[in-house]
Design a protein around this ligand. Structure first.
Ligand code: GAL
Length: 695
């Protein structure tokens, strides 16, 4: 009987999974590879120019237009008076020009009447000061009045355009940020969230450890949102802060789902629902939504940082698309870039010209990683207001393509060429599949570490992404996955600084390894339970058996001191973080500390379990050389062939195409076979260069 029920459940799960896969294919036919679009703001321009602009967008080769995410003031200029005729005209113009539409809900910017009549619809910052209209994302997501207005405007929009076959999909809101909100409605919602989670105030007191510094609550009514602006960061309760983060992420996800549900009631089945998260999104947790088809990201890689080599500052931060294009796939199985920087922005530390070809390279990077859509922010550089210095695809004259515009046109022309080479059902070559890798990512780990870094040198958000850089330099296809994923799909699984664990996860790791997987854990893993409590035991007690060692203690140095670790006679410097390991007798020691008072202690160990291995890297080196050398050894020992691409050169495979991009300041000679068929670019991969080939 039990078996029978299990089979039914499995069949159901499979059919759900298939449905999802099918529907994604329906939104993005495989043979089109990628679809390209453009942000256009008719509300910013003289109506007389709309026809010219839309026609131009089509002539340049774009396939869809992205509309209306900030246009609430024009849809409902006065409370309760709606006007969509202007949007009807733009939609009609798009249709005449053979352009599809991504329609957006305008909840991120509310009109002035809402501020005047309903100030309570705005969020409050940590000093209990209200936001107001004039910029984006300042409304209180938990405020019932705001919700009411959102429901009305979304219903109207969905009713008006949900049956329009030319609308391919919907974007909800804009870069949903899960911002901190200390307003009365948020305080109330937080208390309800806590009641649902803890049921009794005693349970909350226990988990939050309110015995410390007289924090105890007698009832849920006494609870307030922990406020770092008033109490300070280090003085705040880490358990309460973690719950606040969870609450904010849940609230943001629920707000998106709330809108998605309204849309779904009115729109055609083949219109997708998505939103556009920032590339490195540290507040919102996209995996918490349930009603969106997939998630997209916004990419602004160049914001005035040095990056790789002499001209890296013109090429942008190579980690932006690298990470986002993998991470957001873990939500609905596909992703794309909804906003792509068109040229210099106005908000970087400084805003340099881009090296010609850079936007083209970014577009290819996002495409290479599997991107299903690429859309550019924005068509025309605006002559007025806050973003007047932000470049567009068109110069401020409205008719001359910017260098980014030229890059975009080239990309679209080439994609049309690539479509001709498309062959269905391509299988990833074995050489790549043999090194399939996953990075395990859970925002909650980084929320806790970021609150309690312990050393100013710890780079919470880049630390896990550095491992992605390493695996890409070895040429390994690498996904960024959640704990729910089937680990057995991957030969190598890396969990960097995976702070919060429970026994289910540890058992899942053990099973993965017993069955032949290679698990790589790093320092700062398993230091706490999911409530952010450290163990009444060793530093990383629950993984001791798994890694075949205990973690005795941790050390940190200032950035002008040198820690020295030795592996196979090579020396590696560290000063950020290191742990002192006590290996079991059967555990292999891969690297040892070579200075400080604990010279001779193990720093990296490897344990064999069943058919696989667990490697624990208990040190964070300055240049990641040790981490890279260890990974190289693990891959090689398991028979995977490895590459050694320089930093910033990324090589991908998708749909039968190999694609290489170069963010470094040096030309790199791609060593591809003589018989390779080059479709775009040249073997000599110049900075900002792209090479596409088939074998
Ligand atoms: C994005 C935002 C856009 C635009 C852009 C400018 O973060 O979603 O609306 O403001 O930045 O770079």
């Amino acid at each position: 009987m039990k078996k029978y029920v299990l089979l039914i459940i499995m069949a159901f799960m499979l059919s759900v999974f298939n449905l999802k896969a099918q529907s994604l294919d329906q939104f993005f036919p495989e043979e089109k590879l990628i679809t390209t679009g453009m942000y256009y703001y008719p509300e910013h321009w003289d109506e007389k120019q709309w026809e010219r602009d839309i026609k131009r967008i089509a002539d340049m080769g774009y396939e869809f237009v992205h509309l209306a995410e900030f246009a609430w003031f024009k849809m409902e200029p006065v409370e309760g008076n709606f006007d969509f005729t202007w949007l009807d005209n733009v939609v009609a113009l798009c249709t005449e020009n053979n352009l599809k539409i991504v329609m957006c809900t305008p909840s991120a910017t509310t009109p002035a009447w809402m501020r005047i009549n309903y100030p309570e619809t705005f969020r409050m910052d940590g000093n209990y000061i209200r936001g107001e209209n004039g910029t984006r994302g300042l409304n209180s997501l938990t405020n019932p009045k705001y919700r009411e207005f959102v429901k009305i405007i979304v219903t109207k929009l969905a009713g008006r355009y949900g049956q329009n076959a030319n609308v391919i999909g919907w974007q909800i809101d804009n870069e949903p940020p899960a911002l901190e909100d200390y307003s009365p409605s948020s305080q109330e919602a937080f208390r309800i969230w806590l009641k649902n989670k803890y049921k009794s105030i005693d349970a909350l007191n226990m988990t939050w450890g309110t015995a410390f510094w007289s924090q105890r609550f007698n009832s849920f009514d006494e609870v307030i949102i922990p406020n770092t602006s008033l109490v300070g960061l280090w003085g705040n309760n880490p358990h309460a802060l973690l719950d606040f983060k969870r609450y904010l992420a849940d609230t943001q996800a629920e707000f998106l789902d709330f809108q998605a549900e309204i849309l779904r009631e009115h729109i055609l089945d083949n219109q997708f629902i998505t939103t556009n998260y920032t590339a490195k999104c540290t507040g919102s947790d996209p995996r918490r939504t349930e009603k969106l088809d997939f998630a997209t990201y916004t990419a602004y890689p160049n914001y005035g940082s040095d990056n790789i080599g002499e001209i890296g500052f013109r090429l942008g931060d190579s980690k932006v698309i690298l990470f986002a294009s993998e991470y957001y796939k873990s939500v609905g199985g596909a992703t794309g870039v909804m906003e792509m920087q068109p040229g210099p922005v106005n908000w970087g530390g400084y805003n340099p010209l881009l090296l010609p070809g850079t936007v083209h390279m970014w577009l290819y990077h996002s495409f290479a990683a599997g991107g299903k859509l690429a859309c550019s922010y924005r068509f025309r550089q605006i002559n007025y207001s806050s973003e007047q210095y932000h470049s567009g695809i068109m110069e401020p004259d409205g008719v001359t393509p910017s260098p980014g515009g030229e890059d975009y046109m080239q990309f679209m022309k080439e994609i049309n060429e690539l479509r001709k080479h498309y062959k269905s059902d391509q299988k990833m070559p074995d050489e790549l599949a043999n090194k399939s890798t996953a990075i395990l990512w859970n925002l909650e780990n980084y929320w806790t570490i970021d609150r309690q870094k312990l050393t100013y040198q710890w780079d919470t958000w880049n630390y896990p992404i550095d491992f992605l850089e390493i695996t890409k330099s070895l040429g390994a296809p690498t996904d960024v996955i959640s704990e729910e994923t089937d680990f057995s799909k991957y030969k190598f699984l890396i969990a960097p600084a995976y702070d919060l664990v429970d026994s289910d996860l540890i058992n899942k790791w053990r099973d993965y390894v017993s069955n032949g997987g290679h698990l790589i854990l790093t320092c700062r893993t398993a230091t706490k339970n999911r409530d952010a409590r450290i163990w009444e035991g060793d530093w990383a007690a629950p993984i001791s058996e798994l890694i075949g060692a205990t973690v005795e203690s941790k050390d940190m140095l200032s950035n002008n001191k040198n820690g020295d670790v030795v592996m196979k006679n090579s020396h590696y410097n560290w000063n950020n973080w290191a742990e002192l390991l006590n290996p079991d007798t059967d555990t292999e020691v891969l690297a040892v500390h070579n200075n400080q008072f604990y010279k001779g202690k193990a720093a990296v160990v490897q344990n064999k379990i069943g058919k696989g291995t667990v490697t624990y890297i208990g040190v964070s080196t300055d240049n990641l050389k040790l981490e890279k050398d260890i990974l190289k050894d693990i891959y090689s020992a398991s028979g995977a062939s490895i590459m050694d691409y320089p930093q910033g050169v990324y090589v991908y495979w998708r749909d039968g195409f190999y694609i290489a991009v170069n963010y470094s300041s040096d030309t790199y000679s791609m060593n591809i076979s003589e018989s390779a068929n080059i479709v775009v670019g040249e073997r000599e991969l110049i900075p900002a260069g792209v090479l596409v080939w088939t074998e």
